[in-house]
Design a protein around this ligand. Structure first.
Ligand SMILES: Nc1ncnc2c1ncn2[C@@H]1O[C@H](COP(=O)(O)OP(=O)(O)OP(=O)(O)O)[C@@H](O)[C@H]1O
Length: 569
């Protein structure tokens, strides 16, 4: 606003003119009473009231003139905000190419800037004349009955202090209500975007409860804000009703002692009733509603504008701000994990390195902790002690969405959702080409299944009608097509026959990226160049040749599973 000095001066001048009727209202009323009606001269009385009518016309002219400088000021505020916010967004976009794709930032910024413009206009339109009216009332009272002016100013100061305290509390509650509203939007958005998964997992009740909690929290926050806002009435009682009460009580005494004439008392009451109270109501309304919203919005815009340009490290970041690791090798350092504080650790002080592009098989008896290890590697469980790193970065510090895209854990239970075969296959890579899809269909032997269901675009209305093996093949094909750079197969081929399992595993071995296979058959182990054996008393790792004979458990399991001592392929 400082940049618009000329318009601000014009605004000030026209606002003064706009306040003239208020300034003259009490004075003319007092004169009309004392020198007109009470003096037995109704013509003078009426003439003075007519003068008040003329003052109203003058004020209306002032109001009209105010519009032009006010529009200039408001538009310049909007322009400046847009410039600041857009420059900040552009800086951000150039520095973070990933962030540039988020068009919603621009939409949000535009909406907020526009809202700030409207609120500034609203504030200037309502709060400005009110401030001038209050000034006119006080000035008029001082010239009419200084004692009442003193009482009014004291009451106004008191109500201003109260309003200030109130607006702080209101701001806190408004922010809490806003946060609750945003949390509800986030929870609802998450639930709606994952509706298919929610239904498929039978998690409707759980998700419904989460949403209910968010709705309740928002309702409570809004109620708290509204109840607190009701205290605003106290500001009006103290600022406007109290001086009027005191005026009525002091009136007879002031008249009796000759301090004020009956007309002056009527004029003072006119100021208090017709100008002070409506003005105070508007101030309270403007501060508590418009001012509060404007303050919060400007605060948010300022946060966006103030953001520092990112560091070089952040430039290569995945969304979420954490730097993308240089590679996708996995490292476990002294990792210990238990399912409960009093449970025995399932994984204890485990050190493991799986280099980028490496193929590792994991084996062990049932309950040895293979699935737990898989979950730790995928960042789905966090260790109680030690660290799990991906590309030398602790997985807990990586952007969750990026991690989910990069590391895929395929469990035993395959999840096929109601939709077309194509949708099922391209779920993790919606942009897959026809040729990519055709290739995985062929690789995973899904041609017959696709034909049986009426083509890639025929709806799988009853995924349950597929056999367990067919479902596993669909999920494996989906994972193969996905952009994941680390694939962990946790007995994900257990429903396939050995031949289909071999085809599937070989397809993953030929795919670029890291592969961890929780083995279900000896053949899976024999295919891997490196094997990790989870056995009582500690883990052992090495190639088939290293382990046979050296690890009794390995020798026994491979023998039991019908493996031969032949070298890995
Ligand atoms: N969510 C859980 N809560 C509590 N204990 C669990 C949980 N999941 C697994 N466990 C326990 O942790 C231990 C290791 O389980 P895990 O599933 O990792 O073993 P596994 O080697 O994959 O077994 P399997 O081959 O039978 O799948 C088992 O004793 C199991 O009962």
């Amino acid at each position: 606003m400082r940049a618009q000095r000329r318009s601000m001066r014009a605004l000030l001048a026209w606002s003064l003119l706009e306040a003239v009727p208020v300034l003259l209202s009490g004075q003319l009323m007092a004169a009309a009473m004392d020198h007109g009606f009470l003096a037995g001269d109704p013509v003078t009385g009426l003439a003075l009231l007519g003068a008040y009518g003329a003052a109203l016309l003058l004020g209306a002219f002032g109001t009209r003139q105010v519009m032009t400088p006010m529009a200039t000021v408001v538009e310049s505020v909007r322009d400046r905000l847009v410039r600041l916010v857009v420059s900040a967004a552009l800086r951000e976009s150039v520095a973070r190419p990933e962030a540039a794709a988020d068009d919603a930032v621009v939409a949000r910024t535009t909406r907020q800037t526009e809202a700030a413009r409207q609120l500034t206009a609203g504030l200037l339109l309502t709060a400005r004349p009110v401030v001038f009216s209050l000034g006119a009332v006080v000035f008029g009272l001082v010239t009419l009955v200084p004692q009442i002016a003193a009482v009014t100013v004291a009451a106004l100061c008191l109500s201003a202090v109260l309003l200030l305290r109130l607006s702080r509390g209101l701001r806190e509650r408004y922010l809490a209500a806003l946060a609750a509203e945003e949390r509800l939007a986030a929870v609802a958005g998450e639930a709606l975007s994952g509706l298919r998964d929610v239904l498929a997992c039978g998690a409707t009740h759980h998700v419904g409860r989460r949403m209910e909690q968010a709705v309740d929290a928002q309702a409570q926050a809004s109620m708290a804000s509204a109840w607190y806002g009701a205290r605003r009435i106290g500001v009006i009682v103290i600022g406007a009703k109290l001086p009027l009460l005191i005026t009525l009580v002091m009136g007879p005494w002031l008249i009796r002692t000759g301090t004020a004439t009956p007309g002056a008392m009527l004029g003072a009451a006119t100021y208090l009733i017709t100008a002070l109270e409506p003005a105070l109501r508007q101030v309270v309304q403007a501060v508590a509603n418009v001012g509060l919203h404007l303050g919060v919005l400007l605060g948010r815009l300022a946060d966006q504008v103030r953001e520092q340009p990112p560091t070089r490290d952040e430039v290569t970041s995945p969304p979420g701000g954490s730097a993308e690791p240089a590679h996708t090798g996995l490292t476990l350092e002294k990792v210990t994990f238990a399912y409960g504080p009093d449970s025995e650790p399932v994984v204890e002080s485990l050190d493991l390195t799986v280099k980028e592009g490496e193929h590792l098989a994991v084996m062990g008896v049932s309950g040895a902790g293979k699935s737990t290890l898989a979950a730790l590697l995928a960042g789905l469980e966090s260790p109680d002690a030690g660290t799990v790193s991906l590309g030398s970065r602790n997985v807990s510090g990586l952007d969750a969405a990026w991690l989910r895209r990069t590391v895929t854990l395929v469990p035993q239970q395959s999840y096929v959702f109601a939709g077309t075969v194509r949708e099922n296959l391209t779920y993790a890579r919606p942009g897959a080409t026809e040729a990519d899809v055709a290739q995985v269909v062929d690789t995973f032997g899904l041609t017959d299944l696709v034909a049986r269901w009426g083509g890639l675009d025929a709806a799988l209305t009853r995924p349950g009608a597929l056999s367990q093996g067919e479902r596993q093949l669909l999920v494996l094909a989906r994972t193969h097509l996905s952009p994941a750079r680390v694939v962990i197969l946790d007995e994900a081929t257990c429903h396939l026959d050995p031949a289909a399992e071999a085809v599937a595993e070989q397809a993953f071995m030929a795919r670029p990226g890291t592969l961890v296979v929780i083995a279900h058959r000896a053949s899976s182990i024999l295919r891997a160049p490196r094997v990790l054996v989870l056995q009582p008393g500690g883990v052992m790792e090495g190639s088939h040749r290293d382990l046979i004979g050296r690890s009794p458990l390995y020798t026994e399991l491979v023998g039991e599973w019908g493996g031969t001592a032949g070298p890995p392929r």
